[in-house]
Design a protein around this ligand. Sequence first.
Ligand code: 8Y7
Length: 259
Amino acid sequence: MGVVNVTPDSFSDGGRYLGAEQAIAHGLSLREAGADILDIGGESTRPGAEAVPPQAELDRVLPVIEGLRESGAAISVDTSKPEVMRAAIAAGADLVNDVCALSEPGALAAVAQSAVGLCLMHMQGQPRTMQANPQYVDVVAEVAAYLGQRVAAAQAAGIARERILIDPGFGFGKSLDHNLALLRALPRLASIAPVLAGLSRKSMLGLITGRPVEDRLAASLAAALAAVARGAAVVRVHDVKETVDALKVWAAIEENGNG
Ligand code: 8Y7
């Protein structure tokens, strides 16, 4: 899964679709590089980010979904808002990636009334404040229990199990130790549902390597391989070309690994 962020348009006059055009071009290049899924997001969920009104989020993501739906990749929409989910699904999205695990009122119904896939992610707190002081008694047990409950809620709303991915939400209300414990526990999480792991360029990699965000490619590749080796079904990454190469080498070794 390649990350396609749609940033606000930089010019108010004459450049209305510039943000969308750049995002579409980026999405096409990620597809070319081997992405099977393109995750289109119009609201920053990074630590400290402010909320975006629904209409503004729709204005950002809809033209990009339309521009990428013929790309050959599955289209994922990164949103927590039911009105954005509905419009994105109508525009051709194949997957809803919700960092709030369909907890907004109406979100379960919006997905249940369609046939799209979904990713249910764990987060402690809200994006603006979640990294202030994350606390758990047993992070793995708590995240596993939460994801199990959200899978049950989705099924109760009429969403078949086959449509569901789960995600421990690396960096979403977690210290470095919490993130590492969850990464080590991916096989346990994978017994609940197929796991999506998003580690690419995250600050936990900065804490380990001492490198700034623009210099975390090697760290991101190591993290993606470790996640796949522990059973992740999907990795959400910025650097698709490099990740595909790393995974190809790993997979070639694994194929005859016991021979
Ligand atoms: C994740 C995510 C982000 C993640 C899923 C970033 C939208 C922050 N991270 N969605 N979104 N999992 N499912 O650093 O880890 O890319 S945004």
